[in-house]
Design a protein around this ligand. Structure first.
Ligand SMILES: C[S@@+](CC[C@H](N)C(=O)[O-])C[C@H]1O[C@@H](n2cnc3c(N)ncnc32)[C@H](O)[C@@H]1O
Length: 232
């Protein structure tokens, strides 16, 4: 089957962290944020490989960024729908996606509002290092839940709030500057609590130390399902 790229027009307010979508913002995202993501996050590549090795079927990845997960998708992934609201990051990802050679589609929209994708139409969802920079976590998790087939898994990796102590204080102190510089990224987000509140079974997620800079070293990684659907 030939790979296809289909882009959905960006909406006026298409990204929690990229509301303006000005040409300057696009260039900033492509050249600055994109480079930071490509070079600054290579330490988590082994974690990506481990997390994604059992992904299969028709997959939706929310917050595709520059496509850092692409090399780690196993052959069992038959189709990928990449949701990415930042035009600049999507531009940077495009050649990688085309070289990937399997059926794919880019949806240029925020997942905090309904995406133009059918409910229950995906075998798996992937969210890595995204929930830290999303304003409306509940809405994004609700959209992931809508898209997944009953019982289908969400593969997740996030940096999260440190439980307590000095690092927690550091995260809170640097939060405003960190967030302003890095696209709204909150170093002190309690993502396990947000998942619990929204009906995901977090008992399957591991707390890990990420190979990332000190303030964002605490991580949450694994496969989760909606608790009400976790019969499998
Ligand atoms: C730190 S980057 C991570 C990129 C990629 N997932 C990775 O693992 O390298 C965060 C990504 O989340 C995207 N993002 C932010 N808000 C979003 C939203 N509401 N819906 C979908 N993606 C969003 C950003 O545009 C960016 O691509």
């Amino acid at each position: 089957m030939r790979a296809t790229v289909h882009r959905v027009a960006p909406r006026a307010r298409s990204c929690d962290s990229d509301r303006s979508m000005t040409p300057l913002k696009q260039v900033w995202d492509r050249e600055v944020v994109g480079r930071l993501l490509d070079h600054g996050m290579s330490g988590v590549d082994p974690l990506r490989a481990e997390l994604l090795r059992d992904v299969r079927g028709r997959v939706v990845e929310i917050g595709f960024g520059t496509g850092a997960n692409l090399p780690f998708y196993p052959d069992a992934v038959s189709e990928l729908v990449a949701v990415e609201p930042s035009v600049g990051l999507a531009e940077r990802a495009r050649p990688r996606l085309e070289a990937w050679g399997r059926p794919h589609r880019v949806v240029s929209a925020s997942a905090s509002r309904p995406l133009p994708l059918d409910a229950r139409s995906f075998d798996a969802a992937v969210v890595t290092f995204v929930l830290c920079s999303v304003n409306d976590v509940k809405a994004v998790l609700g959209e992931v839940a809508r898209l997944l087939a009953p019982g289908a898994p969400l593969f997740l990796a996030e940096h999260v709030a440190a439980p307590r102590g000095a690092l927690r204080q550091v995260q809170k102190t640097i939060r405003p500057a960190w967030s302003a510089l890095l696209g709204g990224c909150d170093p002190a987000r309690d993502t396990r609590a947000r998942l619990d509140e929204n009906g995901w079974d977090t008992s399957t997620l591991r707390d890990v130390a990420l190979e990332l800079p000190y303030p964002v070293r605490p991580g949450l990684v694994g496969t989760t399902r909606l608790a009400a659907r976790s019969s499998a």
